[in-house]
Ligand binder design. Structure first.
Ligand SMILES: [Fe+2]
Length: 327
């Protein structure tokens, strides 16, 4: 038994309103209460990012949903694990369920929940027209213009995954495998690991990068297709935000990506067309060399892409931007 879905992400940041505005510009909707903000996808009845105020940018917690039986199994797993302990619910984020601290101080919540219907994923709550593309022998779009309007506002449909820094890839994989019940999907030269809940999932709902301290790297949201990834990233640059990395296509997971740097030096990714594993027996985890596993095409990743900014105290507000802004 295992967790079933990635429910939401909790982040502490020095300036909640500025971070909230960033996510609103990204396409989410936010609600502010006290010194907190809760971000959701339009039309989805599920918190996706919970912002609390803190002196430094910190990964506050990661929340997963499970069945009643899954939750009971995870409680048992904690009892027999040296990598996890149950803790009290943080008073500032009173979500139901159990709270766990892992071996390096990361906090997790597991609650009993089903993923709320969304406009994204394998079975969206609102049916989408198939993405029309013309390839040799397969012209699915004729007598019709392909490029969409410049004014299109890409809409993030659902939270897809989080990537964390860890001090030990081995222990992190053991924690998420033995305690949370996730499956290993792929690894890359022993430096990156991708994991997913069993029973039908995106290629990854969590991934880890090994560095000298734990931390938050990025959170990722699904949009309709590659055009929406491109327009989403471009639109954020035009609003004056800093480019993270994109547009490109990953090799592991296969998704199109564009990362935007947030005001507290985290990253937020638009993604589309990620690999989906419906049958766990049909997928074999492999270790890939970095040069073929990291990305298929795109600009060279900036040096700061892989840096761990956990503990950042500064808030960077957007610059002037403007139409055509690129960096
Ligand atoms: Fe990602």
């Amino acid at each position: 038994m295992a967790v079933r879905h990635f429910h939401h992400l909790g982040l502490s940041v020095p300036d909640v309103p500025v971070q909230k505005t960033f996510y609103e510009d990204f396409g989410l909707i936010g609600e502010e209460k006290d010194n907190q903000a809760v971000m959701r996808c339009i039309g989805r009845d599920q918190d996706q990012i919970v912002l609390t105020e803190g002196a430094e940018r910190q990964l506050h917690h990661i929340s997963y949903g499970a069945t009643e039986e899954g939750l009971a199994a995870i409680k048992k797993n904690i009892d027999s694990s040296e990598l996890a302990k149950e803790i009290d619910c943080p008073k500032e984020t009173p979500y139901e369920g159990i709270w766990i601290e892992d071996f390096e101080g990361n906090v997790l919540n597991v609650n009993v929940s089903e993923p709320a219907p969304s406009k994204g994923g394998r079975n969206p709550s609102i049916p989408h027209e198939p993405f029309q593309a013309n390839g040799p022998g397969h012209y699915t779009r004729v007598n019709e213009k392909g490029s969409i309007s410049y004014e299109t506002k890409p809409e993030p449909h659902r939270l897809g995954h989080i990537v964390q820094f860890t001090t030990s890839l081995e222990k992190k994989m053991a924690f998420y495998g033995d305690v949370m019940g996730l499956k290993l999907t792929d690894t890359c030269e022993g430096l990156i690991a991708f994991m997913r809940p069993p029973g039908g999932s995106d290629h990854h709902t969590v991934a880890f990068l090994e560095t000298d301290k734990p931390g938050f790297h990025h959170v990722s949201f699904e949009v309709d297709n590659v055009d929406h990834v491109g327009l989403g990233g471009q639109g954020m640059l035009e609003k004056g935000y800093r480019n993270g990395w994109g547009l490109g296509r990953h090799a592991l997971g296969s998704n199109f990506f564009w990362y935007i740097r947030d005001p507290h030096d985290g990253l937020c990714e638009y993604f589309a067309d990620i690999d989906y594993i419906a049958d766990d027996d049909a997928w074999t985890a492999k270790d890939w060399p970095m040069d073929v596993g990291f990305y298929l095409w795109g600009p060279n990743p900036p040096e700061e892409f892989g840096m761990n900014y956990e503990g950042a105290k500064t808030t960077t507000k957007p610059g002037s931007g403007g139409k055509g802004a690129r960096t």
